[in-house]
Design a protein around this ligand. Sequence first.
Ligand SMILES: NC(=O)c1ccc[n+]([C@@H]2O[C@H](COP(=O)([O-])OP(=O)(O)OC[C@H]3O[C@@H](n4cnc5c(N)ncnc54)[C@H](O)[C@@H]3O)[C@@H](O)[C@H]2O)c1
Length: 315
Amino acid sequence: MKIPEISTVGVLGAGLMGHGLALEFARAGYEVAIYDTIAAMRDSAPERLRGAYKTMSDMGIAEAAAADETLGRIKVVDSMEALGATAEYVLEAITEDLEIKQAAFAELDRICGPDVILASNTSALSPTALASATNRPAKVVVTHFFIPPYLLPLVEVVPGDGTDPATVDLAARICESIGKTAIRLGREVQGFVVNRLQFAMFREALSLVQSGVVSADDVDKATTMSWGNRLGVFGPFKIADIAGLDTYQFVCNTVFPTLDNSTDVAEWFQEKVADGEIGAKSGAGVYPWPEGALDDARARIARHALFVFGGGMDD
Ligand SMILES: NC(=O)c1ccc[n+]([C@@H]2O[C@H](COP(=O)([O-])OP(=O)(O)OC[C@H]3O[C@@H](n4cnc5c(N)ncnc54)[C@H](O)[C@@H]3O)[C@@H](O)[C@H]2O)c1
């Protein structure tokens, strides 16, 4: 259900995330104006949007019959001025580069009406730094979506130092209005929440391999075949409640002093990167990646997300 304050959303950037997010807003009934500086991205957007809608309808999460009506709500515009002329809320999803984003925020600030909220889908940049390029820091906020946005429900809503709580509230409500679950951070923090948790675990995983305790392959098994399964259902605190906080406290006291706290990336991993073994895109990383293996892996992740978030669970 649309929120009453907003009818038209501007999406800046028609890349991987931008076109997916435009579709999410259109599915919820918003009019969407989308703009990309690259003409080829604008020209290919309608076909990519239709393809993404078909993927969703094939998965059973969008109605095939509603494709034309939904896609008809998205207008690809050919200038930022055209986007600013109608947008009552802007979501920026352009290249992850502070200078490029700051230039875009300065331009949006000049073009858009004074009440328009400028939200960014940045994965890691500071909302305070983005806001500093504008004269409306109270109306700048990060809303960090996850990929693929039509399957993963979470959005991290992150205020900068000068963000008005009313901006955080509206940004969270508009995310919720398109079916997402918004978590509101009290203040900005490097990596937001998800990446902090993910990389805290990754540092320990690197360390276990570096110190010869276990192989990388066995770290992956230890994750997916035990607590990783629980994490798809409950977060660490509900799992702690189930296990017993007294037990958890005992284990924390025993294990915390021994956990890795280094600020450098483990040597074995640095060597892989230096050797060009950077993962699926180079054909080898921690594992070999023969042709087709990446597509298979992505399809498997999407199937799992569909099972968990697309109605496969019974609660
Ligand atoms: N890809 C992911 O997994 C993912 C997940 C969450 C968040 N994000 C974040 O979303 C943002 C977009 O990522 P992406 O993967 O879609 O990138 P992308 O490279 O696929 O798309 C970015 C698009 O922005 C366009 N662009 C650059 N400057 C512009 C400007 N001034 N005005 C209009 N268009 C402009 C580019 O031409 C490009 O088409 C980044 O901040 C990224 O960190 C990405």
